[in-house]
Design a protein around this ligand. Structure first.
Ligand code: ADP
Ligand code: MG
Length: 238
């Protein structure tokens, strides 16, 4: 069973075809990385999966259910994007548990989840702070905590680390990898960082101009690129 299946998805803005005919099946527990140059359609594809933008045609299935016309809230996904909008007036605790409150999860269960997630991300000492009292890296952890608390079927990460400095990026990368190994979650993760892609991915999808050019393991994409574009993009040996 695929955790996520994208079937012939096309997306146009005005007359511009931004996703041309994208198909992709992601296994349960898989860490899929989406790479490609700026403007090739990565975020558009993520937004389509999330339900933030309707597709022009095609279908999106999550856990074998057609969710193409469902709202984001009805899709059982959680997103962590580059600009992680935390609620500024709420504490870290409030930010993490808000989604659970919306879903009417009982208080005791919410509190247990917040403690567990905070422990996992090492932000237990920050729970009573407001977002303005946090560093960029800490905010990013809170954004991730909010996603983890929901325990969705699929996580979507769109360049989640690109606003962080180099050292933090490496730390967070290691942590995301550990989380994935520990929780066995299904993740679609966009990055323009080839090293991030090579170290995190089970498989890499290389996009260009609204198409997926190659889909394979890091080893396949790096050592056996389908064309000169993929080779150049992945920095393959010639
Ligand atoms: P990437 O994330 O790979 O950098 P995007 O998916 O953000 O690329 O953008 C792909 C193309 O779609 C770009 O040419 C962009 O200008 C266009 N685009 C994205 N969102 C919109 C929108 N809401 N309206 C019009 N054009 C858009
Ligand atoms: Mg983008």
């Amino acid at each position: 069973m695929s955790a996520l299946e994208i079937r012939s998805v096309r997306k146009e803005f005005g007359g511009e075809r931004v996703l041309k005919d994208v198909s992709l099946a992601i296994e349960s527990g898989e860490f899929l990385i989406l790479v490609g140059p700026s403007g090739c359609g990565k975020s558009t594809l993520m937004n389509a999966i999330a339900g933030l933008e309707p597709v022009t045609s095609g279908e999106i299935h999550i856990a074998d259910e057609d969710v193409t016309w469902r709202t984001p809230a009805e899709r059982d996904i959680a997103m962590v994007f580059q600009s992680y909008a935390l609620y500024p007036s709420m504490t870290v605790r409030g930010n993490i548990s808000f989604g659970l409150e919306m879903r009417k999860v009982p208080k005791a269960e919410r509190e247990a989840t917040v403690e567990r997630v905070a422990d996992l991300l090492q932000i237990s000492h920050l729970l009573e702070r407001k977002p303005s009292q946090l560093s960029g890296g800490q905010r990013q952890r809170v954004a991730m905590g909010r996603a983890l608390a929901r325990e969705p079927k699929v996580y979507l990460f769109d360049e989640p680390l690109s606003n962080l400095d180099a050292k933090l990026r490496v730390d967070m990368r290691t942590e995301i990898k550990k989380l994935h190994q520990r929780l066995g979650t299904t993740i679609v993760y966009v990055t323009h960082d080839q090293i991030e892609a090579m170290t995190l991915a089970d498989r890499i999808a290389v996009m260009r101009d609204g198409n997926i050019l190659q889909l394979g393991t890091p080893d396949e994409v790096y050592n056996d690129p389908v064309d000169i574009f993929v080779a150049g993009f992945m920095g393959s040996p010639s």
